[in-house]
Design a protein around this ligand. Sequence first.
Ligand code: FAD
Length: 415
Amino acid sequence: MFDYLIVGAGFAGSVLAERLANGSNKRVLICDKRSHIGGNAYDEYNEHGILIHRYGPHIFHTNSRDVFEYLSRFTDWRSYEHRVQASVDGQLVPMPINLDTINQLYGLKLTSFELEQFFANVAEPVEKLRTSEDVVVSKIGRELYEKFFRNYTRKQWDLDPSELDASVTSRVPTRTNRDNRYFTDSYQAMPLHGFTRMFERLLDHPNISVMLNTDYRDIEAVIPYKQMIYTGPVDSYFDYRYGKLPYRSLEFKHETHNVEVYQPAPVVNFPNEHLYTRITEFKYLTGQEHAKTSIVYEYPRAEGDPYYPIPRPENAEVYKKYKALADATQDVQFVGRLATYRYYNMDQVVAQALTTYAKIIGTKRQEATAAIAASATKMPTIVTKTYSLPSPMTISTNGAATAAARAKGASSEAA
Ligand SMILES: Cc1cc2nc3c(=O)[nH]c(=O)nc-3n(C[C@H](O)[C@H](O)[C@H](O)COP(=O)(O)OP(=O)(O)OC[C@H]3O[C@@H](n4cnc5c(N)ncnc54)[C@H](O)[C@@H]3O)c2cc1C
């Protein structure tokens, strides 16, 4: 008998599996319908031996010290500050918009003070910031909105920014200094040997069994367990009783090129041209040295894996109904991005999982994480130089061929 069946081996499921096994000595079965652990943060070596992120670039950044310290028990880090350029009017300019962006774009030599004046002159007064368009035009005016935001947002969401919640473009700051980092969080680093290796360590515990290629619906009736933690889509759990919650999806086109460097920045955004939104070159993110380089194009799609909850008031209303059902469902905890229908970054999902664990054991998150910190054997290690990765690692998951899987007459797929 398992104490917990955890559905989904992404950040939400894996952190909870680790905590329940390590912190509370519970027996945990974690299943995922995909063929790997790590959820959308999964990375792998491609056929050229280059570490890539299968589901698009994942960059770790957080202001939460306890989240960073918690994950540091399972990985060392490579210091990495993310940078993005945007292709606008035939030039590549820094994104988020900063002093260099404007000077380069218009051939000016403004100072920070003058740029503030510039923005103040072009900004459009908006009484109440409701939509993504309002947020941008009220800060930097219509022309820059058209150049950098309007078409990008339309491509990404298939909606005009005027139809989207303010939260989408509020995430992208505008700066009057020359700071060209994409994020400004206190902790910005990538797992030294990749996300998947970190997930392997999270799940490496004798009390944790992993079943891959397994939809929980195929096993929930045959494998005995006491409680469930569900990190899949909340509407699917309730058989779409109130209809499907809308998601935006992406198609990823991966390529490897016979050159050491493909583009001048880790990510290049294409707000106005092409059907794809951006190109990412992975070696910048991972620090890997290799004679070739791998990139990925992102094509926004209406259908496909659920990636981005679409932030519109009517969708929030539908989610509210599912949340009421979820709250009333005993012995099941709904955790993570899909189960709470919210665009969370990885660190926010880790924080949510740690808070859920604290609730399960009847304490506060601060106390629960203080206990983890006290038992930690090492402090975070952050490596600043680039390094050569070993040639392709074999990524294996532990404990997969569980007795439970065998009891089900288990598939050779459950690896
Ligand atoms: C393109 C893209 C880029 C991103 N970039 C960043 C970034 O740079 N930085 C950042 O912090 N965050 C980023 N994110 C967000 C990040 O991916 C999420 O915060 C994180 O992966 C959420 O973890 P999770 O465990 O909630 O969900 P997921 O990683 O989606 O895991 C849920 C798992 O549940 C499984 N599952 C679903 N239904 C079932 C079922 N019926 N049975 C069994 N298993 C099931 C799924 O297969 C999946 O593996 C990005 C997301 C996307 C889509």
